[in-house]
Design a protein around this ligand. Structure first.
Ligand SMILES: Nc1ncnc2c1ncn2[C@@H]1O[C@H](COP(=O)(O)OP(=O)(O)O)[C@@H](O)[C@H]1O
Ligand SMILES: [Mg+2]
Length: 287
């Protein structure tokens, strides 16, 4: 197993300290580690990004900070020209990283959603928002881009009290787009809000790690490392297996009616692993 980690921006010959325990776990398992310059990748400087990745490494996994799907494709191409193959293809990465790529596969177990491609910095009109959300009918909703929400600006830019009340809905959607600035990923997603169990005001979410369609670890969500409830995955497992991606995570939450729902799916290479977990429990499966 070879894993490409992000380098420390302050000491580019060393792994980013955020991933130190994971690097140790890979080495302890007899795996090899190479380093990517993530800042250079985001800036589109591919030559610098891959400078420290040896040629002809063969197949590698990536573990690091999120990468926009377009940049990941450039990384895959650049590495391929050097005899290095990402185990997760650019197409598979995009499918896991962006909601429109995984939604159909998980539709029975995730909140109903609509989306539209969108240019960063453009402000949607009231009519455009009304048309986008119409298929969801009324009731509360949440808005995000294809990858991330503004959950920390919940009332202002994430939660929509009533999708049928178009003026406030438009205000929340527009604010999300505005706050994402040039980092808006792909487009606008609006989802029907579901009532998930909460504890101390926080949603009880578990992060499940899947390698080759098997759930190898269920642990807390990195935002709430002290909250965990073992999820029932019986309805979710066959759908993730059918999705056919080698390494994903699902964040799952318990709905008030007792059903476990998928809040989001992500590429396992860029999902944060809470420090309370032993990284070997996931990484040892990447062969
Ligand atoms: N459809 C939904 N119904 C209820 N709560 C939701 C819904 N979607 C998201 N949330 C809440 O908002 C938070 C952020 O949404 P999420 O899709 O995970 O965005 P991010 O990618 O920013 O983490 C979730 O952790 C959950 O608490
Ligand atoms: Mg989330």
């Amino acid at each position: 197993m070879t894993v490409v980690f992000c380098a420390d921006p302050l000491a580019p010959t060393r792994p980013d300290p955020h991933f130190a325990a994971q690097v140790r776990a890979v080495r302890d398992a007899g795996g090899a580690v190479a380093l990517l310059d993530h800042d250079a990748l985001l800036a589109g400087d591919l030559a610098t990004a891959v400078r420290r990745i040896p040629r002809d490494l063969g197949e590698v996994w990536y573990r690091g900070w999120m990468v926009p799907a377009g940049r990941y494709a450039e990384l895959a191409d650049t590495l391929a020209g050097r005899g290095v193959t990402l185990r997760v293809s650019a197409a598979a990465y995009r499918a896991a990283h962006e909601l429109p790529g995984w939604y159909a596969a998980l539709a029975p177990v995730t909140p109903a959603s609509v989306w539209t491609p969108w240019q960063p910095g453009e402000s949607p009109s009231v009519e455009q928002v009304a048309e986008l959300v119409a298929p969801l009918g009324g009731g509360p909703g949440v808005v995000k881009d294809y990858v991330k929400s503004r959950k920390h600006e919940w009332a202002e830019a994430c939660y929509i009290p009533d999708l049928a009340d178009v003026t406030p809905a438009h205000r929340v959607v527009s604010r999300m787009v505005e706050l994402q600035e040039e980092f808006l990923q792909g487009g606008i997603v609006v989802r029907r809000f579901e009532d998930f169990a909460r504890q101390g005001g926080r949603t009880v979410e578990a992060r499940v790690w899947w390698v080759h369609g098997e759930p190898v670890l269920a642990g807390p969500h990195p935002d709430t490392p002290d909250l965990f409830r073992e999820p029932d995955l019986s309805a979710i497992t066959p759908l993730v297996a059918a999705f056919g991606h080698p390494f994903v995570t699902t964040d799952v939450a318990l709905r008030d009616d007792g059903t476990w729902r998928v809040v989001e799916l992500g590429d396992g290479q860029v999902s944060d692993l809470p420090t309370v977990l032993d990284p070997s429990a996931v990484l040892d499966h990447l062969n």
